[in-house]
Design a protein around this ligand. Structure first.
Ligand code: APR
Length: 237
């Protein structure tokens, strides 16, 4: 019997692009229409919580209406063939809805709220909005359960441990411009194979690892790659 491979998949906004959710950077990116410092920082929340809530309420509505695409579905299917961990920068729940079981959200989850006093007090959001008047049981306003710029990333240590132990690291649909998440690609062991899937391959300064680049959309590349892995235990072309 062969040993089951350990696969970590680092995903970013690109994997949800074909589900109709906007990416952040590039021509049509979300940050072309909004300033990060107005909607995605602790300061923005202090200055104008209504604007921040409006921004995330809008994103949440779109997330609820979106459906997982063949890339999310293929990754869920990969669990039959390997031990898979999805480490996602996305705040949508499309990996969950596609059926993936082991998911770490580095930047939070848009369908949950948290106390503005204590980030470990987390609640599911019923419907698509957090009302301005909603509070935790200690009376502090509820805010989106999202990691803002300038905040720490509580799940980073767990993600690093998983990447260090991985046989394969798939990097799908991320520009690798946001830290500390982008550092995960430098945490692999020497034996780990890195596979990048992105129509616009991000800059990577790695020499010692085997790297394969798939310059394609995730929903096109991933179903074939997963089928290939099932037969050959590699994602190779
Ligand atoms: N398939 C795969 N990749 C795609 C597709 C697609 N169909 N369409 C676009 N991409 C790629 C782009 O080429 C780009 O490299 O997805 C990447 C998206 O990059 P960003 O918009 O920077 O998104 P991401 O890397 O997830 O951003 C990281 O930034 O603003 C923060 O918190 C936010 O989690 C987010 C973080």
């Amino acid at each position: 019997m062969t040993k089951r491979s350990k696969i970590v998949v680092l995903t970013g906004a690109g994997i949800s692009a074909e589900s109709g959710l906007q990416t952040f950077r590039g021509n049509d990116g979300l940050w072309e229409g909004y300033r990060i410092e107005d909607v995605a920082t602790p300061d923005a929340w202090r200055r104008n919580p209504e604007m921040v809530q409006r921004f995330y309420n809008e994103r949440r509505k779109k997330c609820i209406l979106a459906e997982p695409n063949p890339a999310h579905v293929a990754l869920a299917g990969l669990e039959q063939d390997a031990d898979v961990w999805i480490v996602t920068q996305n705040i949508d729940d499309l990996h969950e809805r596609a059926g993936s079981k082991n998911i770490i959200h580095l930047h939070g989850e848009i369908r949950k709220s948290q106390s503005s006093l204590d980030p470990t007090m987390v609640y599911p959001i019923i419907g698509d909005k957090i009302g301005v008047e909603e509070t935790c049981e200690f009376g502090s306003p509820l805010r989106p359960h999202v990691v803002w710029f300038g905040e720490s990333v509580p799940n980073m240590d767990k993600a690093i441990r998983l990447v260090k132990d991985a046989d394969f690291l798939l990097v799908v649909g991320t520009s690798l411009q946001v830290y500390p998440a982008a550092n995960l690609v430098y945490e692999t062991s020497r034996e780990c194979e890195i596979v990048v899937v992105d129509p616009n391959i991000p800059q990577l300064n790695i020499r010692s690892n085997a790297i394969q680049l798939f310059e394609e959309k995730a929903s096109i590349a991933l179903p074939d790659m997963v089928a290939n892995f099932r037969k050959n235990h590699t994602f190779g072309k």
